[in-house]
Write a protein that binds this ligand. Structure first.
Ligand SMILES: [Zn+2]
Length: 374
């Protein structure tokens, strides 16, 4: 499954912009975010009922690919977390694969051992830049320095996966509400996204690389500023994504924060982990999961995934799951190699009227997988 020497080198940039309301994105020019969305898509994320609309739990879900029930971060104090079991993508990729990863930002518990953190435990490279104080101006200056640093690293070093955090929009919302200063802060965040994208394109080897770019926010704000509740303004988040495997439209299923980390791994042609613990699905998945029919009466089903970054086949014994329901016992890999292609757990199957098949993994909170006949 390792790419041939001539295949482009996969790289991923995730830009996390804290607290950007989806409805107010349309009120300001954001040409750089629009460019990402035009090359791929921008979709709404509904923050699920279990997740407080706060930065701590939302960023932790984004970075780990698992929900609050697994990672255990329910507020902006990260104490009691289970990040040792469910690490962030920058740490997992550095520790398990020896890949170069990079994270940068100015909010302490994401990067430092403060307030029960850090979320990003052991990335390959880390830039923490403290805001001088919790004011809108100081966070604006902090984001500028974070961007400067990330531009330098992206242009001159070779991180395979990067996470850059921008906090000024959220801080401005808290201090001044969602008025003109907040809108201006969104524009400034977009300018910084533009500088990061320019740095990526300036790389001397850019022509031989294949970049996936994900921009994501963690929650919205009430009009007067503040969040943590369940109003539509607070619980609406969004993700924009483009890259070689990303379709022009969002998948026709609800998007989740958990999808971001799963997509980071998928963009590298790697499974999230060998135990299939993630609660999300790749943002690129639905276009490519054909079902290969077996001869009638066969006791075995074959499943195949073909995409530019992934080619795996599995077979699994059919079984009667409950009266009237068909299931699959754990699958084995018949083509492709772990960890990219890993065996699946027991599952139950449901046939939809359009002929596609929905497969739900047992004992898993993952979104069901959908297969279409080729
Ligand atoms: Zn936040």
């Amino acid at each position: 499954m390792s790419p041939s020497p001539s295949s482009p080198r996969r790289r991923v940039l995730v830009v996390g912009i804290d607290g950007v309301r989806l409805d107010l994105l349309r009120a300001v020019p954001t040409p750089h975010l629009d460019a990402v969305a035009d090359a791929g898509f921008l979709g709404r994320i509904e923050i699920d009922e279990a997740t407080p609309t706060m930065s701590g739990p939302c960023w932790t879900t984004i970075a780990t690919g698992v929900g609050v029930a697994k990672h255990g971060v329910y507020g902006n104090h990260f104490g009691g977390n289970r990040l040792d079991v469910f690490p962030d993508f920058a740490t997992r990729l550095a520790q398990e694969d020896g890949r170069k990863t990079f994270v940068a930002g100015g909010w302490e518990p994401l990067f430092l051992a403060r307030q029960g953190g850090p979320l990003f435990a052991a990335p390959g490279r880390l830039s923490y830049i403290a805001p001088r104080a919790d004011t809108s101006e100081d966070w604006d200056a902090c984001d500028d320095q974070v961007t400067d640093d990330a531009v330098r690293v992206l242009a001159t070093d070779d991180p395979e996966v990067s996470f850059v955090y921008l906090g000024a929009v959220d801080e401005t919302g808290h201090l001044l509400g969602c008025g003109s200063a907040y809108l201006r802060a969104i524009e400034r965040a977009d300018e910084r996204l533009g500088r990061l994208l320019t740095a990526v394109r300036s790389r001397p080897v850019y022509a031989r690389e294949s970049w996936t770019v994900i921009a994501v926010t963690d929650h919205g704000h009430r009009d007067e500023g503040g969040h943590g509740g369940r109003t539509p303004q607070e619980r609406s988040a969004w993700v924009a994504c483009c890259g070689p495997d990303i379709p022009a439209r969002p998948p026709s299923r609800p998007l989740r924060f958990e999808d971001v980390a799963v997509q980071v791994y998928a963009s590298l042609g790697r499974a999230a982990d060998s135990h299939r613990t993630p609660d999300g699905s790749a943002l690129s998945t639905p276009a490519s999961a054909p079902l290969t029919p077996a001869p009638a009466g066969s006791p075995v089903m074959s499943l195949t995934v073909q995409s530019p970054g992934l080619a795996c086949s599995w077979s699994a014994p059919l079984r009667v799951a409950a009266p009237g329901t068909v299931g699959l016992d754990p699958s084995s890999v018949t083509s492709g190699a772990p960890p990219t292609c890993s065996p699946g757990a027991r599952s139950t199957l449901r046939l939809l009227p359009d002929g596609s098949l929905v497969r739900e993994l047992e004992n898993s909170a993952s979104a069901p997988l959908t297969y279409r006949r080729r």
